[in-house]
Ligand binder design. Structure first.
Ligand SMILES: C[S@@+](CC[C@H](N)C(=O)[O-])C[C@H]1O[C@@H](n2cnc3c(N)ncnc32)[C@H](O)[C@@H]1O
Length: 314
């Protein structure tokens, strides 16, 4: 399945691309956003991360048709500073993050991301890492499973579902996506099963986020990226659910909003006013995009700009 890039025009516009600029795409995927960046930087350079080898291989071909001025980095974006230092990259003009799973990952029946296909419980974006969903479901103690389902799935029935998993795994390991769906369905009363939406949706989301350490990686990479922007440089981030969006909103606010407006949010020392929000409210998909791509429904784009010295002293 093809990946249809979400908020493509809006994200590219937000980056306000300079033709000789240095840009980093933290989430290469199938190269939709990276291609548009590369087309606009004939004199610049693009660095793009993905921890999925197939994303790197597929996108390389697509990008080579546009130019040679790019470097693909097969690593988690959490290694942002380490990898860019290794490549002797200094400050950058723009950074993009388009979070989550790509359609080719989600719709590959063998990767175990979806409750719609029967597969081994896997859910790893990086197929070389040891931790997978099978390990979490079958070895995490009760309290840890509860934390994952409550924190990352915001699953109101976490207690029932975890009790069901613990009971099932006393008999035998829960091996596949369909086995887990059955355990979840058996754990919930009929009234809850009749409600709208798939009963396994939040559990699957939570497991995916735990397997791939999505939120801790996001928080750390935002800080690294914000520090590495040149004055005038911009960071644009597309999120797909409220937990991610909250982390982005708070990280940007901590740098861009004055302390008194921002009392309850963490303050990044005296750097608070070296940045400004590109838009006060997040940008969401147009009706035309929503009609064409169901993935766009929950998408939110936020941007921040590092302001230069002159502007700051005004
Ligand atoms: C939504 S897709 C990006 C799609 C891309 N913008 C496009 O238009 O084709 C997200 C991609 O980010 C990658 N990814 C997710 N978390 C990552 C991380 N922590 N480090 C590196 N890549 C990551 C996934 O493997 C996936 O390929």
């Amino acid at each position: 399945m093809e990946h249809i890039s979400v908020l493509l025009d809006e994200a590219i516009e937000m980056l306000d691309i300079r033709k000789d600029g240095v840009y980093v795409d933290c989430t290469l995927g199938r190269g939709g956003h990276s291609s548009e960046i590369l087309k606009r930087i004939p004199e610049g350079h693009l660095y793009a991360f993905d921890l999925d080898q197939s994303a790197i291989d597929e996108s390389r071909k697509r990008l080579e048709e546009i130019g040679e001025n790019f470097t693909l980095i097969h690593a988690p974006f959490e290694e942002f500073n380490a990898r860019l230092d290794e490549l002797q990259v200094g400050q950058v003009d723009g950074i993009l993050m388009d979070l989550g799973v790509s359609s080719p990952q989600f719709d590959d029946p063998e990767r175990g991301f979806s409750y719609r296909y029967d597969a081994r419980l896997d859910m790893r974006m990086d197929q070389n890492q040891p931790l997978d969903a099978y390990t979490i479901v079958n070895t995490y103690p009760k309290e840890e499973l509860l934390r994952v389902l409550r924190e990352y799935g915001e699953e109101p029935n976490a207690g029932r579902i975890v009790a069901g998993i613990l009971k099932a795994r006393e008999q035998k390991p829960v091996e596949t996506t369909f086995e887990l769906v059955d355990v979840i369905k058996e754990s919930l009363p009929a009234a809850i099963l009749r409600k709208k939406g798939h009963p396994a949706k939040q559990t699957f989301q939570a497991l995916r986020m735990e397997v791939n350490k999505e939120l801790p990686q996001l928080a750390s990479t935002l800080e690294q990226g914000l520090d590495r922007l040149k004055p005038g440089g911009r960071m644009a981030v597309i999120t797909f659910h409220s937990l991610e969006d909250r982390i982005v909103k708070q990280a940007f606010a901590a740098r861009a909003l004055p302390k008194k407006v921002n009392r309850r949010m963490p303050i990044a020392g005296n750097e608070a006013l070296h940045y400004k929000l590109v838009n006060k409210k997040p940008i969401t998909a147009s009706q035309a995009e929503l009609d064409a791509n169901s993935r766009a429904h929950s998408a939110k784009l936020r941007g921040v700009e590092r302001t230069d010295e002159k502007e700051e002293k005004k």
